[in-house]
Design a protein around this ligand. Structure first.
Ligand SMILES: NC(=O)c1ccc[n+]([C@@H]2O[C@H](COP(=O)([O-])OP(=O)(O)OC[C@H]3O[C@@H](n4cnc5c(N)ncnc54)[C@H](OP(=O)(O)O)[C@@H]3O)[C@@H](O)[C@H]2O)c1
Length: 324
């Protein structure tokens, strides 16, 4: 798979990347059920799901992010108004029905992109599409895709490519608890369309992987990649952080392999952001998160920069941190 390491040692974040701040010129710096892979969990152990407790939250947050949240709350120097006109651009946002994804979709529609939202819940996503149409006068398109089900991902990719010949940006945003295989597979299926779009237009196209600061909390442990007893002992939040590390590895490798074909790949931490992420937490943690986390719109700024800023074309393989 995407994370092979011949020496079988745990990879650590420092081996992979140097963070790049989004909006560098203006930055105030701080730092289907039936088709699940056997043995390679696509979506972790949702069936055995545990809510995040305060100890898990503190582990996830590590020292630097606590400082970031409590002491150094930088103001955003850029806004969605900096996004160029996106008429003619076709963009996919996974998990665009709520949270950060919804804000990303709203901004893209406001700038005239043709947006496809890939999620598993039709009713919820269609309600979002209707709301955003009221707000932006533009309508996003829904493609059903359960990113924990490989068959569903294939069907979704086929549906998309039957409708569109071009894809300019793929934003792998959906919150998948403990695996990045779904986004890996979706990206693999859409790479031919991304490459041909770049080739035919002579312009760069982009892949944006939503990672998290949480990737720093846990190194990769290869013995927990498959459904082993060791993996079963790990908490879902450990696996979440590990999969967020995987999002970065994925983007770095995409950059190395496809950068020469005009495909710019980045990964990023969107900030600690209020969203429906709270549904995975105990009420105490949820209260704490609502108190100190940032508004949802701010979480969209870094991915929007990666996806649309002309300056971000030069950031192939980089990891971005918030914000403009
Ligand atoms: N919020 C933060 O503080 C924070 C911090 C660091 C990184 N991030 C990253 O930012 C991204 C967005 O997070 P968020 O906070 O906006 O999360 P969110 O509010 O929980 O939204 C997650 C979205 O993903 C969709 N989704 C979940 N499972 C799916 C599946 N199996 N197939 C298809 N879609 C699925 C959800 O749809 P349903 O409603 O149908 O489940 C929803 O649209 C995630 O990658 C997350 O890891 C967030």
């Amino acid at each position: 798979m995407l994370l092979l390491n011949p020496s079988n040692r745990a990879l650590t974040p420092s081996t992979l990347h140097t963070p790049t701040h989004a909006f560098p010129s203006t930055q105030s710096t701080t730092t289907g059920s039936s088709t699940k892979f056997s043995g390679l969990p696509v979506n972790g152990r949702e069936d055995e799901y545990q809510e995040m407790n305060i100890v898990e939250l503190l582990t996830l947050l590590n020292q630097s992010s606590i400082c970031f949240l409590l002491c150094d709350r930088p103001k955003a120097n850029s806004s969605v108004d900096d996004i160029p006109d996106l008429a003619g651009k076709v963009i996919i946002v996974t998990g665009g029905s709520t949270g950060i994804g919804r804000e990303i979709v709203k901004a893209l529609l406001s700038h005239n992109a043709k947006v496809y939202i890939l999620t598993r819940n039709r009713e919820k996503t269609e309600a979002t599409i209707a709301e955003l149409k009221e707000l932006t006068s533009n309508e996003a398109h829904f493609v059903k895709c359960d990113l924990s089900d490989l068959k569903s991902i294939k069907v979704a990719a086929d549906e998309f490519t039957s409708k569109e010949q071009e894809l300019h940006v793929l934003i792998n945003n959906a919150y998948i608890l403990a695996s990045n295989i779904g986004h890996f597979y979706l990206t693999k299926l859409l790479l031919p369309t991304l490459s041909s779009t770049s080739k035919n237009s002579g312009q760069k196209v982009r892949i944006v992987n939503m990672s998290s600061l949480g990737h720093m909390s846990h190194p990769l442990d290869f013995e927990t990649f498959t459904d082993t007893p060791k993996r079963r002992k790990r908490s879902p939040w450990y696996l979440y952080c590990q999969s967020k590390f995987g999002n970065i590895v994925h983007a770095v490798e995409l950059a190395r392999r496809y950068g020469g074909e005009g495909v710019v790949s980045t990964s990023l931490h969107p900030g600690m952001i209020r969203s429906e992420l709270g549904r995975h937490m105990t009420p105490v943690v949820q209260w704490f998160v609502d108190l100190i986390f940032f508004p949802t719109l701010l979480g969209a700024l870094t991915p929007l920069y990666a996806a649309t800023s002309p300056k971000a074309e030069s950031l192939n393989g980089k990891y971005l941190v918030p914000w403009g």
